[in-house]
Structures are given as structure tokens and as C-alpha cells.
Design a protein around this ligand. Structure first.
Ligand SMILES: Cc1ncc(COP(=O)(O)O)c(C=O)c1O
Length: 405
């Protein structure tokens, strides 16, 4: 099939739910992707935060290859060597006390599990989430997600979900009632525009939850696995939740969701109360073992901290040069650049020039590159983005002088 035939078939046969770019990606290595015509791209999308190890990490490829010859599926009702090993590697790196997990297949599923767990453990129904928060699009997770455009077409959602303004402990305090099971939030809001909370906020939420006997669920689907320069985003503020949701990078690119909690809390689930057919399959767990080994042994968290500092400083150089840039923010390699205008054209032009960047809302560029991105690739990204910003500014200046004449 040629490029156009591939695009036409996807458009015809797949639900039209993704805002597509008109390129066909065929291959990847580390932080580089190639399209079907052999054109090269610097990947600052990282498969929406999945490809933290880079594409086709050799250890993950070898583990998948080896395991695929032995056993691919194995239901949770049977024990399995890879699942057991993965769980041990996982709880060796999770914050202290979070040592019992449920394995699923996606971020939204990890949130679903956390919501059910909070209700079961506390016997209370209410979940408090943040305005601007994002937790996925299945009905429970969507009930915690804030953006109206995702929620409105699917009412009624799950009852007893409340949203409070972010970074505001007073409003959160006022919202907690004797019906509240849990507070659910992202340590740094990703989809919501790369919003880093002020120091003290997350510690305050932790303290409040402990005082009011309410569970703290941190959604670390986007902020974990070294992304922010710490293994888990919450470690930037020395906060440990009661329940944590994980997903994207934990199986080196294969689908996974993880809900990890204090053992006492996870033990609230009795046999049959929660499950999924694919929970902890051997292929995914073998890839997950290789992914965690690579993360630790290749010091990728430290690399994220150092490269993130460099990348952010280079984005700030662009901010100093271009009036169109309002703010640069983020931690580690989870970075955002807020523009004064819609980012759509800029993303399209960067794509044409070989750099893939994400959005986070209408006017924020979001950078979630693999942690193995090179300095040269960061420089290339800055060079392309710089010239696209300049072109955009010139076009806007020409348009406004034309309309003034
Ligand atoms: C913080 C957060 N939670 C949950 C999700 C949902 O994950 P998934 O798309 O794998 O269902 C995402 C996805 O981007 C996310 O960023």
C-alpha cells in the first residue's frame, strides 16, 4: 500500500476520534521516528508519553522476542514467572508502602480500579478531582476528567464526583465531606497544560487527606518513570499517596495499566470484585521487567533531570526572542510552552520540518520526548521551532498591517 492508500483505509475503517497528522510512521529508534517515505522526525510526542525508553529499546525488543517464543497469555487465575518478577521489580521502585498492585491495560483502567478501590475500602461514594485535571475517557475516569468537551456528550456520568479549583487548599478543605472517599489528582497536570503546582500544595493535600481520613490517589500516568527528573512525580515534593495510578511507559511500549496501593487498602478487594482478562500477561510483564531494568541501570531519571534543564533553558531562550511565547514551564522532560495564540499551525509546520510536538489544550505546546533524546535533537527541535515561531509572527504582523491598510 502506498502512503495515500494507508491513510484512506484508516480514515474509512477506524473511528474518527483522533486529530490526525498526515504522515504514516513506519519505524522508530530511540527518539527518532521515520515515515513510510524514509523522512526522519525528532519525536517530542513520545507516543503521548509512552516511549520514555525511546522506540524499540534493545532490551525490551530482546525480552519480547524471547518471551514470545515461550508464552504470550496467561490469565491471572494461574501464577506466572514473568508476572511475579515484574511485580517484585515494580514494588522495589514505588514509593515506600505502596506495595500491592492490580495490573490492567491502560491509564483509564488504572484510574477505574483506583476509584472502585477507594469506594470499597472507605465505604464512601464521593471522589474529589481538580478542575483542569485529566484521568482518561472511560465512564469512571471521565467522571473525574474535567474538560467539558470530553464530558458533555456522554452525560449522565458516574454520580458523586466533584471538582475543585487547582492549587487551592481552602476550596479543597471546604469540599471534603463525610461522604468523601478520595481526592484524585495529577502531581503535574499534563493534558491540562503542563501545570506544576506551587511548592506546598501537594504536601498540603497530603496533610488534609490524612487529617480528614480521606484517601489520596495520585494519577502518575504521565508523571512517572523518571519523566519529571524523579522516578515518580510526587517525589519532587516528598509526598506519598495511598493509591497511585500508572500506565504509559511501564511495559516499554506495550499496553499496561497499574494501580498500586498500600497493601491494607488493596486488600479491600475480594476475589472477583475486580478483574480484567489480560491482567499481567507474560509478554507485557517480560517487557515491563526489561523496561524497569533499563530505566534504573541506564540512569534515565537522572538524564531526564539534566536534559530537562537544558531543554527548558533553550525554550526560555525562544521565549526571550518571541513575543508570541507567554510562558515556559514544567519539570524534567515534561515541558510546556504557552503561546498567546492557537498552537495548531505551529504543530503542523514543525511536523513538516521534521519535529513532532504535542499540544496540551488550545495554546500550549507540550514536549514529552523519550528520556534518551540527545542534545543534538533538542537543539534541532529548538532550531525548527524558533524558525516556525518567527514565520508565524511575521505572518501575523503582515496580516494585521494588511487589515490596517
Ligand atoms: C494523567 C493521565 N491519566 C490517565 C490517562 C489515560 O490513559 P489512557 O489513555 O492510557 O487510558 C492519561 C492519558 O494521557 C493521563 O495523562
Amino acid at each position: 500500500m502506498n502512503e495515500q492508500e494507508i491513510i484512506d483505509a484508516e480514515n474509512r475503517l477506524m473511528a474518527n476520534v483522533f486529530g490526525k497528522r498526515q504522515i504514516v510512521i513506519a519505524q522508530g529508534k530511540a527518539a527518532t521516528l521515520w515515515d513510510i517515505n524514509g523522512k526522519e522526525y525528532v519525536d517530542c510526542m513520545g507516543s503521548f508519553g509512552v516511549a520514555l525508553l525511546g522506540h524499540c529499546h534493545p532490551r525490551v525488543v530482546a525480552a519480547i522476542r524471547e518471551q514470545a517464543e515461550k508464552l504470550i497469555s496467561c490469565h491471572g487465575s494461574l501464577y506466572n514467572d514473568q508476572r511475579s518478577e515484574f511485580l517484585q521489580k515494580l514494588v522495589a521502585i514505588t514509593p515506600k508502602g505502596l506495595d500491592k498492585a492490580f495490573l490492567s491495560n491502560s491509564g483509564a483502567e488504572s484510574v477505574e480500579c483506583a476509584i472502585k478501590l477507594a469506594r470499597k475500602y472507605t465505604g464512601k461514594p464521593e471522589i474529589i478531582a481538580l478542575m483542569g485535571g485529566y484521568h482518561g475517557k472511560t465512564m469512571g475516569a471521565l467522571s473525574a476528567t474535567w474538560d467539558k468537551k470530553y464530558r458533555a456528550p456522554f452525560q449522565p456520568l458516574v454520580p458523586e464526583f466533584k471538582h475543585v479549583p487547582p492549587d487551592n487548599l481552602e476550596r479543597l478543605t471546604a469540599a471534603i465531606s463525610d461522604r468523601t472517599a478520595a481526592v484524585l489528582l495529577e502531581p503535574i497536570r499534563g493534558e491540562g497544560g503542563i501545570r506544576v503546582p506551587p511548592d506546598g500544595y501537594l504536601q498540603g493535600v497530603r496533610q488534609l487527606c490524612s487529617e480528614k481520613n480521606v484517601l489520596l490517589i495520585l494519577d502518575e500516568v504521565q508523571t512517572s518513570f523518571g519523566r519529571t527528573g524523579k522516578l515518580f512525580g510526587c517525589q519532587n515534593w516528598d509526598v506519598t499517596p495511598d493509591v497511585m495510578t500508572l500506565a504509559k511507559p511501564f511495559a516499554g511500549g506495550l499496553p499496561i495499566g497499574i494501580t498500586v496501593a498500600k497493601a491494607e487498602i488493596m486488600s479491600a478487594f475480594k476475589v472477583g470484585e475486580h478483574s480484567t482478562t489480560f491482567s499481567g500477561g507474560p509478554l507485557v510483564c517480560a517487557a515491563g521487567c526489561a523496561a524497569i531494568d533499563a530505566l534504573i541501570e541506564e540512569n534515565l531519571t537522572e538524564q531526564a533531570a539534566a536534559k530537562g534543564k537544558y531543554f527548558k533553558a533553550r525554550l526560555e531562550e525562544l521565549q526571550a526572542k518571541h513575543d508570541i511565547v507567554k510562558e515556559v514551564r514544567g519539570l524534567g522532560l515534561m515541558l510546556g510552552m504557552e503561546l498567546r495564540y492557537d498552537v495548531f499551525n505551529i504543530i503542523q509546520k514543525c511536523t513538516q520540518n521534521g519535529v513532532l510536538i504535542l499540544d496540551a489544550g488550545r495554546n500550549v505546546l507540550r514536549f514529552l520526548p523519550p528520556l534518551v533524546i540527545t542534545t543534538q535533537q533538542i537543539d534541532q527541535t529548538i532550531a525548527v521551532l524558533g524558525s516556525v515561531l518567527e514565520e508565524e509572527e511575521n505572518e501575523r504582523a503582515n496580516q494585521s498591517s494588511a487589515s490596517a491598510n
